[in-house]
Write a protein that binds this ligand. Structure first.
Ligand code: SAM
Length: 291
């Protein structure tokens, strides 16, 4: 796609003849990426959707000007949000993914042959179509018949569901716009109800560095509902602060398996990462202890 001066898509600018994306969603921090090419740029009903080819991170999905996932580091997040919770539920049959429009979490989840159904409820069909077509490094060639795409608001989708799923993954964007309600106590209560009696959920719970308030609130909300809660982290270079958190809420005890079932074609998660990702830095452990 050509990008001549005044015809640039939003969120992009030229600097000395070079094309840049600047994330502009924070008051005191702006992160910029030098861009080779605009692959796709269109507004959807919910947000502005772009696939950009960047110099350092390869192709990236950008929603409302904020980088969501990239060819270079997307696997870290997508493997962590899928393989880690699945290790605690080896008998799981039905999985629900809420959000996850880049398809990376669904792609990883589909690696488990024992799963019978993977429902993916994404509000924005345009994100899924753009990622399938233009971001294959993340979305893969996802055509597994067990993956059912539902284009709907995840908040609405879980309302009134009872004991349907073994594992629910909340792979949401930041808590603004359509994703805001995916961080609310009412939504978590509906997720709790939609899980079977021994089910578990996981959500991305934001940056422990920049959004400790959101992580603490999420942890507190989930702990009010679930008897077993664990927070774990990974470093995802394109997320502000690098260090990122995930929170598991579980109705079943979170017993560490003697042997994991992590597939051998992962790029980030392996047995060692699974066992160490729950070791929390001192500041984070004490922040959660007082919750
Ligand atoms: N890994 C990424 C991160 O943490 O920034 C985000 C993964 S994915 C791209 C997030 C998806 O959640 C987006 O495609 C967005 O359209 C979707 N989403 C936001 N609000 C939603 C809602 N209420 N129901 C379903 N999907 C939603």
């Amino acid at each position: 796609m050509k990008h001549e001066g005044n015809a640039l898509p939003p969120y992009l600018h030229m600097d000395n003849g070079e094309l840049w994306l600047t994330e502009d969603d924070r008051d005191n921090l702006k992160i910029s990426y030098r861009i080779k090419e605009v692959i796709f740029a269109e507004p959807s009903e919910y947000q502005h959707v772009m696939i950009l080819d960047s110099y350092d991170f390869g192709r990236m999905l950008v929603l409302d000007g904020v980088v969501q996932t990239t060819s270079i580091d997307g696997h870290i997040y997508n493997e962590m949000i899928s393989h880690v919770p699945l290790q605690f539920h080896p008998e799981a049959k039905r999985v629900l993914i809420i959000g996850g429009g880049d398809c990376g979490a669904a792609r990883e989840t589909a690696k488990y042959a024992h799963l019978e159904a993977i429902d993916m409820v994404e509000i924005d069909e345009k994100v899924v179509r753009a990622c399938k077509e233009h971001l294959p490094a993340v979305s893969g060639n996802l055509s597994d018949p067990r993956v059912r795409f539902v284009y709907d608001d995840g908040v609405k989708f879980v309302q009134g569901k009872e004991s349907v799923y073994d594992v629910i993954m909340i792979d949401s964007s930041d808590p603004v716009g359509p994703a805001e309600a995916l961080f609310s106590p009412e939504f978590y209560a509906n997720v709790h109800r939609a899980l079977k009696a021994d089910g578990l959920m996981v959500c991305q719970s934001q940056s422990p560095i920049f959004h400790l308030d959101i992580l603490k609130r999420t942890y507190r909300n989930i702990r009010e509902l679930f008897p077993h809660v664990l927070v774990y982290t990974a470093v995802v270079p394109t997320y502000p602060g690098g260090l990122w958190s995930f929170t598991i809420g579980s109705k079943r005890p979170l017993d560490f398996p003697v042997q994991t079932t992590i597939p051998n074609d992962t790029k980030y998660v392996n047995d060692g990462i699974f066992r160490q990702c729950f070791a929390l830095p001192a500041f984070l452990r004490s922040a959660l202890e007082v919750e």
